[in-house]
Unconditional design. Structure first.
Length: 372
């Protein structure tokens, strides 16, 4: 909702908000993602432009950590034209991002331009803000969606003796100012369109908007090159009822006080894979702890521990590592998933000289990182 929606009114990421995300826990998380993009850019032959597009950038913490890595590896990126493109609908969050990433060096854009705001990062990289991914200019781009898809609206369906029924929201006749879930009396258009004939579960959540966005990203990657990295709560088509609310870091009834809590549902990666099919290759989902281990988090932790002088910093580093990697905490419930051009994983057929093909470098994170 443009006026009463959670992200337009609150959007509470961080300690003082309603939920906390990996970049807020440790800078290492964002640094390793920054290395992932550079590793893929190198594997794809170091194209001379590099658009980094983030969907739903939160407070801008993750992008700040990524840009710090880009600054440290400036010599590698020296011949490359790097720009940052943020897709953000919340006026409140875009202000926070502007302060974090540019130190307020921003200006609104004229109405007829696709970006509604632009600025320059502390290291001199141009940054643009958009309301929709379709407004981002075409071109060689790397996309990032961290805890983005789980916040999009879902349809819920329940299998009954009379076939599939959609779960709808209704006003409770017993308590007029309260909402309740009800089953649709007959099949709805969504039931007919979104339930796959081979579905074996009895309860299914489908996020059509996520499907549309993945199709758009896949089309862009197929046409212009690049890759997309998705990190989120999720499953591979196995879970049923995951819809929940968070307020002040505690579970919150999704139907009470609408617009005041973060609503989330686990991402169905099998659905995203189906939506990208044909246009791009997909990798994953793999668990966050596997991805970060492959990206070299253990080595990075050792370096930070050696360089930290005081006990409090060392304890904080170990605590944040545990939060990210422990299977009981974030290590297993978060997954990484990637969209890549087909030729990134399979050589186009060279019938003339098959022997001359050099092996394609493995995709970091999904395999161990090999960086010279």
């Amino acid at each position: 909702s443009p006026s009463q929606g959670y992200y337009t009114r609150r959007g509470g990421v961080g300690e003082s908000g309603d939920f906390i995300t990996s970049p807020e826990i440790s800078q290492v998380f964002g640094e390793l993602i920054g290395i992932w993009y550079i590793s893929e850019w190198m594997a794809m032959g170091k194209p001379n432009t590099f658009q980094l597009v983030e969907l739903g950038p939160g407070r801008g913490t993750l992008m700040e950590d990524i840009l710090r890595v880009f600054k440290q590896l400036a010599s590698v990126l020296s011949k490359c034209d790097v720009s940052v493109h943020l897709v953000e609908v919340s006026p409140k969050l875009s202000e926070i991002q502007a302060v974090m990433l540019t130190g307020r060096k921003v200006q609104p854009n004229p109405e007829d331009e696709s970006a509604y705001m632009k600025g320059i990062s502390k290291a001199g990289i141009p940054i643009f803000w958009y309301r929709d991914v379709q407004d981002v200019p075409p071109g060689y781009s790397f996309y990032l969606a961290h805890e983005f898809f789980d916040a999009l609206p879902i349809h819920k369906f329940q299998r009954t003796e009379r076939g599939w029924r959609e779960v709808l929201v209704d006003i409770d006749p017993e308590v007029p100012d309260q909402l309740r879930f009800v089953l649709s009396p007959s099949r709805t258009p969504a039931t007919q369109n979104f339930i796959q004939p081979e579905e074996t579960r009895d309860h299914v959540e489908v996020c059509p908007e996520a499907g549309v966005i993945v199709q758009r990203l896949a089309s862009r990657i197929e046409k212009d090159g690049g890759a997309a990295l998705v990190a989120d709560y999720g499953h591979d088509g196995t879970k049923t009822d995951t819809f929940r609310g968070f307020r002040n870091h505690k579970l919150h009834d999704v139907l009470s006080a609408p617009g005041t809590a973060d609503l989330t549902a686990d991402v169905d990666f099998s659905y995203l894979r189906k939506m990208a099919e044909g246009k791009t290759a997909t990798l994953g989902p793999i668990k966050q702890r596997e991805f970060l281990k492959n990206m070299g988090i253990d080595l990075r932790l050792q370096v930070l521990l050696q360089n930290s002088g005081d006990t409090a910093t060392r304890e904080q580093l170990l605590h944040s590592y545990d939060m990210l990697m422990n299977p009981e905490k974030m290590g297993d419930c978060f997954n990484f998933f990637a969209l890549l051009p087909h030729q990134r994983l399979v050589h186009p057929d060279k019938k003339d000289k098959p022997a001359s093909k050099s092996p394609l470098p493995p995709v970091a994170g999904f395999n161990e990182l090999l960086l010279k």
